[in-house]
Design a protein around this ligand. Structure first.
Ligand code: ZN
Length: 503
């Protein structure tokens, strides 16, 4: 991990140097006169400062930043949430930053806060280009976040079908969180999946400016590294979309090619500096920052909206971001980011790993043994729709070396439109798993199945295979698939997957 991060830092430094050197040469080319404007306005404020903002519908609102507090864990002092108090035309509202939060409607606007300066206290890199205490994005009340027809969900997969890392979530999905490494508050939206199986598509129409280890002439100024597993696509807003860790990129996705929203560009993988878990790193970068430097545009809300438009789910359970804690320390489990689109959510039911259950969106739980836990959230709405999500909790003991706690990444394919009897591929990889086996329980009464994913080499985590098993479900329904692995220290990691088999 350390070596990988040092490599990352070194590369980031080289990129920064080249960006500084090449700035001005390429940036002029970014801003054509036919540039499509985003629907959101953006601004940055210091605490105590107020500004009038012109929304993209021409209305004017006055925003004042009143106070920022953050919540940190006691394990590595990472920010887990925040309260950003603002007034919008003298109406007070409190926002959170990133971490699967959607914009809040107040007065004439919908507003969110993608970053606060507090993250700079212990981030391993500036990925935001923030100059003041907080950045805000504002949309007119009732407006979409992204113009309809210009943005699609970048992977052909059920919503949150595997692990994920949202904007500002401390990264964890590979080896688990570590006090030995500096904190990477995630930049962009990581969507876990099944290696070489889930299709990655372009979210927007755009011009491929880098892919297959090549870069388009004249486009040397972009934020990141040129790699075989990374595709950069620039859209008509001038925003650069990054798709990383692809197992394979289609040969026709060459620099200079124009792609359409929804066009396949490759398959999900764990190539490059993925940490060894299979995911799409999906990120938007632009220079619409007060510093004029490249900054990240948190894509989670756009992905949420695009998924809703395309797949029309009746209900979406969200039990994220993940949590960490010491043994004996209370952990807050929060399912209140779940949404119903046909009615109201009438119940939040938690089914815990210790066999107990509780009702209500927010729960407190204490763990008496280190390990990686996965807690079930079942939400039901007034129309009788049901959905599930899982909250991952990593628990550490003072006497443990942190590398003694296993962590698991599980995924499956296909995730959409599964029919009874259809073979589904299940994949798992355990980090710090020792010599143990993964034990799969498919939740349908069938016998358990054992697999063994090979040990992950910290210095070459993109190498090696996930363990694989194939299962089919005979009846339609919701299934909770559980995969567990215990290591030589007696600690267990548990991963859960929600499989919907259609009639
Ligand atoms: Zn990522």
């Amino acid at each position: 991990m350390k070596q990988e991060q040092m490599k990352v830092k070194k590369q980031a430094y080289l990129i920064l140097l080249s960006v500084l050197f090449l700035k001005g040469i390429a940036f002029g080319a970014c801003m054509g006169s036919d540039r499509e404007l985003p629907i959101r306005a953006a601004l940055e404020l210091n605490i105590g400062e107020s500004q009038e903002v012109k929304l993209t519908n021409g209305e004017i609102v006055r925003i004042k930043l009143l106070e920022i507090t953050d919540k940190r864990d006691t394990y590595r002092n990472a920010i887990r949430g925040s309260e950003i108090k603002i007034s919008v035309d003298d109406e007070m509202v409190t926002l959170n930053s990133g971490n699967y939060n959607l914009p809040v409607t107040v007065g004439k606007v919908q507003i969110d806060c993608p970053v606060i300066k507090n993250y700079y206290s212990n981030t391993n890199q500036d990925r935001w280009g923030l100059s003041k205490d907080a950045r805000f994005r504002l949309w007119p009340k009732g407006s979409p976040y992204m113009k309809p027809g210009t943005f699609v969900y970048p992977i052909k997969q059920e919503w949150l079908a595997s692990l994920s890392q949202a904007g500002n979530e401390p990264t964890y999905a590979d080896w688990g969180e570590s006090r030995e490494s500096s904190i990477y508050y995630h930049s962009g939206f990581d969507i876990g999946g099944a290696e070489g199986m889930d299709e990655i598509v372009s979210a927007t129409d755009g011009l491929v400016i880098s892919s297959n280890n090549l870069t388009l002439d004249g486009y040397t100024d972009f934020p990141g590294d040129v790699r075989p597993d990374v595709v950069y696509i620039k859209d008509s807003r001038g925003w650069v979309f990054r798709y990383s860790h692809l197992d394979s990129v289609l040969p026709e996705i060459q620099p200079g090619v124009n792609v359409k929203a929804g066009q396949k560009i490759g398959y999900i993988g764990k190539q490059g500096q993925s940490g060894g878990w299979v995911h799409l790193h999906f990120e938007i970068k632009h220079k619409e920052t007060s510093s004029g430097e490249w900054g990240t545009e948190d894509p989670y809300i756009y992905a949420w909206e695009a998924y809703n438009r395309q797949y029309r789910p009746s209900l979406m359970a969200v039990a994220r971001p993940h949590q960490i804690a010491w043994v004996g320390e209370p952990v807050a489990l929060n399912g209140s980011k779940s949404r119903s689109f046909e009615g109201d959510i009438t119940s939040f039911e938690w089914q815990f790993s210790d066999g107990t259950a509780a009702m209500g969106p927010v729960q407190k739980k204490i763990y008496d043994r280190p390990g990686e836990y996965s807690e079930i959230l079942k939400v039901t709405d007034s129309k009788g729709n049901v959905d599930y999500d899982f909250m991952v909790v990593q628990v550490f003991g003072p006497e443990n070396s942190e590398h003694s706690i296993p962590a698991i990444h599980a995924a499956f394919h296909p995730t959409l439109d599964i029919e009874p009897g259809e073979p589904v591929t299940f994949l798992a990889r355990t980090f710090n798993g020792g010599a143990g086996n993964e034990i799969w329980d498919f939740g349908d009464g069938s016998p358990t199945v054992e697999t063994q994913s090979e040990p992950v080499n910290r210095k070459a985590s993109s190498k090696g295979e996930f363990a694989k098993t194939i299962h089919s479900f005979s009846k339609a329904g919701h299934y909770i698939v559980r995969v567990k692995r215990e290591n030589e220290y007696g600690y267990t990691a548990t991963g859960l997957l929600h499989v919907v088999v259609d009639k």
